[in-house]
Design a protein around this ligand. Structure first.
Ligand SMILES: Cc1cc2nc3c(=O)[nH]c(=O)nc-3n(C[C@H](O)[C@H](O)[C@H](O)COP(=O)(O)OP(=O)(O)OC[C@H]3O[C@@H](n4cnc5c(N)ncnc54)[C@H](O)[C@@H]3O)c2cc1C
Length: 276
């Protein structure tokens, strides 16, 4: 590790209110949850802050429950707790599928859904699920609580509407109609960062399908033109061509633009036939 641990300052709040007060400082300390992304950034030297806010004591942010028929997942819920939750399995099984494919067991035990959202990698595996499920991100500061539709949360590559004095406290998910579908394509079946990740929801009543893709743009994206075409009866082949125009994958060390575009089109066709 490049980081000299004793040089770091760690704030440990006794309660959520306490944590939000600590975040009023300028500059605000960096929140840490499972630390699985933070440690990597520190080691790479891309995170140079010396002051951190430990969210671990905030047990109230680990709860998974249903309120007014919406599934509410606390930001500190780990992937393991999501995998083991009967409520998530029943209401949003594609989040369980995604959680099972994130890292290995150690990462699933420590990594949190709030951390995945805040980290904002376009390859984050929970993110297409939350976009397709039309989730809401609950943000809280010492002054206010606000709810942001997940599809409006990101403003660019790893950039979001979240302010330094805010925490993600929960994710709320309305009842999801119809069939759900998730697929991650990586180098291996396990312990691999996504080359492409897709989540889809296909309501049974002919309403618009919802399709979200990761790793094809600076942020996770929904595909409004592709969704519209399918809703109006386009064939999967035609819809796949529209999808090809709608995404902007890049060449990087994990994959090529061409591979990502081809796989994304194939995944769309698979989504449509699997959920017919
Ligand atoms: C070996 C390895 C394998 C991995 N595999 C995958 C994978 O397959 N798929 C995948 O998607 N990811 C993967 N990751 C990335 C990582 O595990 C996830 O993004 C995880 O969800 C991050 O959660 P965390 O609690 O550890 O976040 P942390 O590292 O604690 O924090 C990440 C960022 O989020 C901020 N943050 C955390 N919680 C909050 C909050 N409640 N409110 C506001 N800001 C917050 C932090 O300040 C930081 O900027 C992997 C990481 C490693 C090291």
């Amino acid at each position: 590790m490049k980081t000299i641990v004793p040089a770091l300052e760690l704030f440990r709040p006794a309660s959520l209110d306490d944590a939000l007060e600590m975040l009023r400082q300028v500059p605000a300390p960096i929140p840490i949850a499972g630390c699985t992304d933070v440690y990597v950034s520190m080691n790479f030297g891309t995170l140079t802050s010396q002051r951190f806010l430990d969210l671990d004591p905030l047990d109230s942010l680990r709860a998974i429950d249903v309120q007014d028929d919406w599934l509410r997942i606390g930001a500190l819920a780990s992937y393991t707790s999501i995998i083991n939750s009967p409520l998530v399995r029943e209401r949003l099984p594609i989040l369980v599928d995604a959680a099972r494919q994130i890292g290995g067991v150690q990462i699933q035990n420590r990594g949190t859904v709030g951390g995945n959202i805040a980290n904002g990698s376009p390859a984050g595996d929970s993110l297409p699920v939350l976009a397709a499920a039309e989730a809401t991100v609950v943000l809280q500061s010492a002054d206010e609580l606000r709810r942001v539709p997940f599809t409006k949360f990101y403003t660019g590559y790893r950039a979001s509407v979240m302010r330094p004095d805010e925490l993600i406290v929960a994710i709320e998910i309305p009842p999801v109609p119809g069939r759900q579908w998730f697929r991650k394509v990586g180098t291996r079946a396990a312990q691999a960062i996504s080359k492409i990740v897709m989540a889809g929801v296909r309501p049974g009543d002919g309403a618009h399908p919802r399709i979200a893709l990761g790793s094809v743009a600076p942020t996770v994206i929904r595909l409004p033109r592709t969704e519209e075409a399918l809703a109006h009866g386009a064939s999967p082949d035609d819809a796949a061509e529209i999808l090809g125009d709608e995404i902007k994958p890049i060449d990087d060390l994990r994959s090529t633009e061409d591979y990502r575009r081809t796989v994304a089109k194939n995944l769309l066709k698979r989504f449509w036939s699997d959920t017919a």
